[in-house]
Design a binder for this molecule. Structure first.
Ligand code: NI
Length: 388
């Protein structure tokens, strides 16, 4: 594997940007320094910059030639509320905050691609560089979409990537179709009728109703979801009552759902409402359900996944592109962008073997050796999609 020389020239610069971002991590929707740095660099490359898209998001627009075709390239910028345990020079300067998921690396790779594409302009069409805030469960992708991302910056297709510890540097993993789970949280509030603990006949016991609902909800994955689908429904909290001799007025249950298709998520949402309301009504109580989808399932368009795998294979060889990696139960909010625009999310190797620290660990660090590969993927995708 030998990348074109232009990427080795970029490597030092990307490493510098990456380590500066690593030293100054910012949480979701607080990425003001990061966004300012990204905007300033994009402008210095001669790219048109739009600040404040989805609060702290930044979009760079680069045009070449006259084609109407367009491509979106997305990186996330936020850090996590973790105290860094590393001692190297570029360790976090912000107590209790850390780039423990490699979003510093994702941002630096996309900046590198932006600089190279702005210098060379070997494409015909429009490239939208999307620097997204708040990926870590705070709704940054939705914020950008709600702020008109794809209306203001139309994209015919979109690509994003995440580093993967355990996958060697120089390798990529690309899956067609479902790749990462969607995730939802739910709360159920059961209302009965409070009474004395010794006089149940005078009230309606919400505790026993909650217990029946908890049991009945376990039939949804077992009996309603098709056996070949994958889903999890966990009740993770139940609360009711304050005293030994009082049957309370209300009880609450809460939990989480994970699934790999929007249809299954919607099926489970509807089933939770039906079961909770039905069980409660049967026992004389009522139940209110609040179901909140935090992440849609990440589903890659098959044609775009093939395209992305081809770009990777051209860079590193087909034997270093894993085409059928296992499904990932974690979630990713690029999923909401993939619901709007066909595209593909892929994994880039962050290193295997000893020292391949998992993301969200206080000793994690993005592997700078992966930077030119990530940038080369983005550049390759643009040149192949917007071919002159
Ligand atoms: Ni991440």
């Amino acid at each position: 594997m030998k990348l074109p020389d232009e990427f080795s020239a970029l490597h030092d610069r990307m490493t510098g940007w990456r380590r500066d971002l690593h030293a100054h991590p910012e949480l979701g929707f607080e990425e003001t320094r990061t966004a300012a740095r990204v905007a300033e660099l994009l402008e210095s490359f001669g790219i048109e910059v739009h600040r404040g898209v989805g609060r702290t998001g930044v979009v760079g627009v680069l045009r070449a030639g006259s084609s109407e075709r367009s491509i979106g390239l997305r990186a996330d910028m936020d850090a996590l509320p973790i105290a860094e345990a590393n001692g190297f020079d570029h360790r976090s300067r912000h107590p209790g905050r850390m780039h423990a998921c490699g979003h510093d690396g994702h941002t630096a790779m996309l900046l590198g691609a932006a600089q190279l594409l702005a210098q060379t302009r070997r494409f015909d069409g429009t490239v939208n560089f999307i620097f997204q805030p708040a990926e870590e469960g705070l709704g940054g992708a939705r914020a950008m979409i709600d702020d008109g991302l794809f209306r203001r910056f139309p994209c015919w297709t979109i690509f994003g990537m995440h580093n993967r510890p355990g996958l060697p540097v120089g390798h990529f993993a690309v899956r067609s179709g479902a790749m990462m789970a969607g995730g939802a949280f739910f709360d159920i509030r059961v209302t009965g009728k409070g009474t004395h603990g010794a006089r149940p006949e005078a009230g309606i016991d919400p505790v026993i109703v909650a217990a029946h609902i908890a049991t009945a909800l376990q039939t949804i994955v077992a009996r309603n979801v098709a056996p070949l689908e994958t889903a999890v429904l966990s009740i993770t909290r139940i609360a009711a009552g304050d005293a030994y001799n009082v049957i309370p007025q209300t009880a609450t249950l809460g939990g989480t759902v994970r699934a790999f298709s929007g249809a299954v998520m919607a099926q489970i949402d509807a089933a939770i409402r039906r079961v909770a309301a039905g069980v409660a009504a049967g026992l004389g109580a009522s139940a209110e359900v609040d179901f909140r989808t935090l992440f849609a399932p990440t589903v890659n368009d098959p044609a775009e996944a093939d395209f992305a795998a081809g770009v990777c294979a051209a860079l590193v060889g087909a034997d270093r592109v894993e085409r059928n990696p296992p499904l990932i139960m974690a979630s990713e909010d690029f999923s909401f962008m993939l619901e709007q625009v066909p595209g593909c999310y892929l994994n880039i190797g962050n290193g295997a073997g000893e020292g391949a620290c998992e993301v969200h660990n206080p000793r994690y660090d993005f592997n700078d050796a992966a930077l030119p590969l990530g940038a080369a993927f983005f550049v390759g995708a643009v040149q192949a999609k917007l071919v002159r």
